[in-house]
Design a protein around this ligand. Structure first.
Ligand code: ADP
Ligand code: ZN
Length: 745
């Protein structure tokens, strides 16, 4: 027998499978990892096929060295998925196969952890006899007595009952009375995510109706749903009921969340209801824990997986359902190679495995809602909150009027009063400020020079530290002291502009002395469990006001929150990206949805200098449909995605001339591809060599060739050619192809 192996090397020339001989007596299956000779060394690979015959002459074929595990690490459905993704994202299969395995498994960096375990080798009666015969007391007697109930015990456990049992056990083993062997011990992640039990809710009519569509699909051939439920409509409860159904049916489920650290509640709900049947995959697991959780899933012991996007590749047995919660979040797009959209992967996986897909959000992405309207997904709507709770009232604070009134602070009169009232009633508030730090930039009073990062063409943000202030670059992390003189003209007066979370926190503390606040942004959430500590501070009620960047807008459920303030709505609206309106609407609606989730009604205040902006209006009315219609029309008229693709070839180089030259060459080469393929030309709307908005980043000069294309098979073929073209190394420059990336700075 022969097998075809994809060798785990990512290189154009090694992309195809290699044929190896399976030595006599070795059993291999598709999806199994093997060690194979490759050139003069040994490499790891994955068996992608088996055959009785070899296509090349047998004397030139080398034999597999050994299997790396005694089971197929990648199940057949995931093998197919890897093959399909390699085709679609124009990359070698070695690369997509890597997605299917925990990274630590490659190169044999982690192994199962084993523990010495002991059990009787004879019947309990014989053990009892031997214990009697061994005379008075002694460890032998004690050990035999303990083991005579027939249970296996780890050496470690025995050590807690009998002091230093090793010697005695060795003797018992020599006498043939006990067996000592290795068992695998799982490194289960700590109890940080211990759960809460089932509250036994009676489902709302909305929840019931949604399940009435989902469950039959799960019993049948599967299906794809877009669950559009307003904030607080109880979407999680729908997932949980569906998961329970899947488990009862002997099926498994995958629940994807944008970021595990920001969804501790979801995790604890699932842990509470499904106990050890749930595996939680997150980035703070140790290599060993991650590997063991993966093995629990692979062996079918864990049947519900909760994790961020990469968990979509979990080897869940008999998959019944994939849920993508907050499906509009951009974390579901993997920008790194191999590029993938988790939603697309899930669609393909569910179709292949006959499972149900649920995309859920209060603010679905334009793309997904458009697909639902077209019939690709069944639209399920939950327009009402649980227990007839009203959606919060939204008011707009016009910051231009505040300026005219002489209020130069970041908080409007309206929001100040509301904060006072809210805390006086002993309720909680959340303030969204979508920028961290204290001041967003500093400049010289005399010459106007703005302090920029030496590595990036980006202004430095002023942060207040424990002892002094520093300037930080939010792109590369560079930190420098505040200059005492202007680096340009030598002037001695520095001016500060713009506010960040630190400034907001300071103003709140001035306004409400003695009211404890907590700040959640990139600066305060470092370290192990940084997010968890802050959220706990707020949940417990010790902190009354939570101030943070967009990370506070995700699915948190704090019943005591009755006030939400969007401090600077314009920050989100003014980003130079065709998606900024969509993201702003989602952000405002999501954060507004944090108010009034308990028995108390909620109130939301959006502060803006542009109250007439339609997005502000849609958010204030929480009218998703109206927003969707307006945005859909704008995208169609302006030829933006999803009607087109926005792609670019990005060039980065330490030398400006090299970046310039390479971009010019690539621009030319892209046009030449079209000359060779006139039939593609109609689909490629524009190709221009136009520098990106940030031309210098992390010490590299950047250029780009921007492309707008229609969505078509010809376009895919064009991108495929571009991929091949840029696979060749470029002298002194790095070149990337990005198709609809999450950001295009
Ligand atoms: P969403 O994700 O749609 O914003 P959640 O799933 O967080 O909403 O649910 C909002 C709140 O309502 C949660 O505290 C949840 O425990 C509660 N809840 C959900 N379903 C019910 C129900 N049927 N009866 C009572 N409370 C419910
Ligand atoms: Zn920088």
């Amino acid at each position: 027998m022969y097998c075809q192996v994809i060798v785990d090397i990512v290189h154009e020339n090694v992309a195809k499978p290699y044929t190896y001989l399976i030595p006599e007596g070795m059993e291999l299956r598709t999806g199994q990892r093997v060690a194979v000779p490759f050139g003069r060394s040994e490499k790891e690979g994955v068996v992608v096929g088996l055959s009785a015959e070899a296509e090349i002459s047998p004397d030139r074929i080398r034999a597999v060295n050994r299997p790396l595990e005694d089971y197929a690490a990648i199940p057949p459905e995931l093998m197919d998925l890897a093959r399909e993704m390699a085709g679609e994202s124009h990359c070698p299969m070695a690369e997509t196969l890597r997605l299917m395995l925990p990274a630590q498994m490659r190169g044999g960096r982690v192994h199962p952890r084993t523990e010495k375990t002991v059990r009787l080798a004879v019947s309990p009666e014989e053990a009892e006899k031997a214990a009697e015969a061994s005379g008075r007391g002694g460890k032998r007697k004690e050990l035999l007595r303990i083991l005579s109930d027939g249970q296996e015990r780890t050496l470690k456990d025995l050590g807690t009952m009998v002091r230093d049992p090793r010697e005695a056990l060795k003797k018992l083993q020599q006498d043939g009375l006990v067996e000592i062997f290795d068992t695998e011990s799982l490194r289960t992640p700590g109890s940080r995510f211990s759960g809460t039990g089932d509250p036994g809710y009676i489902l709302t009519p909305g929840q019931r109706e949604a399940l009435d569509e989902i469950i039959p699909a799960m019993n049948g051939k599967g299906g794809a749903f877009l669950l559009h439920g307003v904030t607080g409509s109880g979407k999680t409860e729908v997932f949980m009921a569906a998961v329970r159904h899947a488990l009862e049916d002997g099926k498994g489920a995958i629940i994807l969340v944008p970021e595990i650290a920001l969804t501790p509640q979801m995790v604890s709900w699932f842990r509470g209801r499904f106990g050890s049947a749930a595996a939680v995959i997150h980035s703070r697991l140790s290599a060993g824990e991650r590997y063991d959780e993966w093995r629990r899933i692979r062996r079918g012991e864990a049947r519900v997986v909760i994790g961020a996007r990469s968990a979509v590749f979990s080897p869940v047995h008999n998959l019944g359902m994939i849920v993508i919660d907050e499906e509009h979040e951009s974390t579901y797009l993997n920008d790194r190679h191999p590029r993938y959209d988790t939603r697309e992967v899930a669609v393909s996986r569910c179709r292949r495995e006959g499972a149900v897909l649920i995309l859920a959000s209060a603010t679905p992405s334009i793309l997904s809602f458009a697909k639902a309207r077209r019939g690709d997904y069944v639209l399920l709507e939950m327009p009402e909150r649980v227990n007839d709770r009203p959606l919060p009232e939204v008011e707009i604070a016009d910051m231009r009027e505040e300026l005219e009134k002489g209020n130069r602070s970041v908080l409007s009169g309206l929001l100040r009063k509301a904060l006072k009232d809210c805390t006086a009633r002993n309720e909680q508030a959340i303030l969204l400020m979508n920028r961290r730090g204290y001041h967003s930039f500093v400049s010289c009073r005399s010459c106007g020079y703005v302090v920029k990062c030496p590595n990036c063409d980006i202004s430095m943000t002023y942060h207040i530290g424990a002892t002094d202030g520093t300037l930080r670059c939010h792109y590369c992390g560079n930190v420098m002291p505040l200059p005492s003189r202007c680096p340009s003209c030598g002037g001695g007066y520095i001016k500060f502009f713009g506010a960040g979370t630190q400034k907001v926190e300071e103003e709140v503390q001035k306004l409400l002395p003695g009211v404890p606040t907590v700040r959640m942004d990139y600066d305060t959430t470092g370290g192990k469990d940084g997010h968890g500590k802050i959220l706990e501070e707020f949940r417990s009620g010790r902190a009354r006001i939570l101030i943070g960047t967009q990370m506070i807008a995700k699915g948190l459920d704090f019943p005591q929150v009755t006030l939400v303030g969007v401090v600077a709505a314009d920050l989100a609206l003014n980003l130079p990206d065709y998606r900024s309106r969509e993201r702003a609407f989602q952000l405002f609606t999501q954060v507004a949805g944090r108010a009034g989730r308990g028995n108390l009604p909620g109130r939301v205040i959006i502060q803006t200098y542009k109250p007439e902006d339609p997005v502000i209006g849609f958010a204030a009315r929480q009218d998703y449909r109206a927003f969707f219609e307006s945005e859909f029309r704008r995208r169609r008229n302006g030829l933006y995605p999803p009607f087109t693709n926005l792609a670019r070839i990005l060039v980065e180089s330490a030398q400006e001339q090299v970046a310039d030259r390479t971009a010019r060459e690539l621009d030319q080469a892209a046009r030449e591809i079209l000359e060779d393929h006139p039939e593609w030309r109609r689909k490629i709307l524009t190709i221009i060599n136009d520098p990106p908005s940030v031309q210098f980043l992390r010490g590299k000069h950047r250029r780009q060739v921007l492309m707008k294309t229609l969505v078509s098979p010809e376009t895919e073929a064009f991108f495929s050619e571009l991929t091949d073209m840029i696979a060749a190394p470029f002298e002194g420059a790095e070149v990337y192809l990005e198709v609809n990336p999450t950001t295009m700075i």
